[in-house]
Design a binder for this molecule. Structure first.
Ligand code: PRP
Ligand code: MN
Ligand code: MG
Length: 178
């Protein structure tokens, strides 16, 4: 698995340091509010778990499973719901937790969907953003790192469902996905 990676883009220590900062910022901003973290499965699962442990105010968690990539390296542009939220989001202050915003299509689809369900507020926290390939305009309120236009895997991010368990963000060798 490690042999398929060309190099480490963000190592585990750097990831955890930034996640701690994000957690502190979110704890301050959401004090006294109805914070509900929404994890966008499956990519955001590791980030969500670490982020939540760095948030020091009461919160709830829910999970939404959507997919737009399948086994391809390019977004199909069509987002499918594989699992919806399990609780009502009425009057909640939603914070959508993503691993990466690339075209922005997944996020803009989710924001539109949640806005129709009577939420109090919606914000977005993404560990990574890849500005080079944005199609849909979306505001990201909390960003961990900007990444270049390369195929990144690890720490939740997959290629064909593999590499999610790497503890760092790495760049995949071209020959793996070409
Ligand atoms: C990936 C990633 C984001 C989304 C970002 O999910 O985890 O959710 O794509 O891409 P976009 O901005 O171009 O929409 P994917 O659909 O691969 O599902 P997964 O999280 O289960 O891997
Ligand atoms: Mn995802
Ligand atoms: Mg994926």
């Amino acid at each position: 698995m490690e042999n398929d990676v060309k190099g480490v883009l963000i190592d585990a220590t750097t990831l955890q340091k930034r996640i701690k900062e994000l957690g502190q910022e979110i704890s301050k901003d959401y004090k006294g509010r109805n914070l509900l973290l929404i994890c966008v499965l499956k990519g955001a699962v590791l980030f969500m778990a670490d982020l939540a442990q760095n948030i020091t105010i009461p919160l709830e968690m829910d999970f939404m499973d959507v997919t737009s990539y399948g086994n391809s390296t390019q977004s199909s542009g069509e987002v499918r719901i594989l699992k919806d939220l399990s609780s009502s989001i009425e009057n909640k202050d939603l914070l959508i937790v993503e691993d990466i915003v690339d075209s922005g299509l997944t996020l803009s689809y989710l924001i539109k969907l949640f806005k129709n369900r009577g939420v109090k507020s919606i914000k977005v926290c993404s560990l990574l953003e890849k500005p080079a390939r944005r199609i849909a305009k979306v505001d990201i309120d909390y960003i961990g790192f900007q990444v270049p236009d390369e195929f990144v895997v690890g720490y939740g991010l997959d290629f064909a469902e593999k590499y999610r368990n790497l503890p760092y963000i790495g760049v995949l060798k071209e020959e793996i996905y070409q």
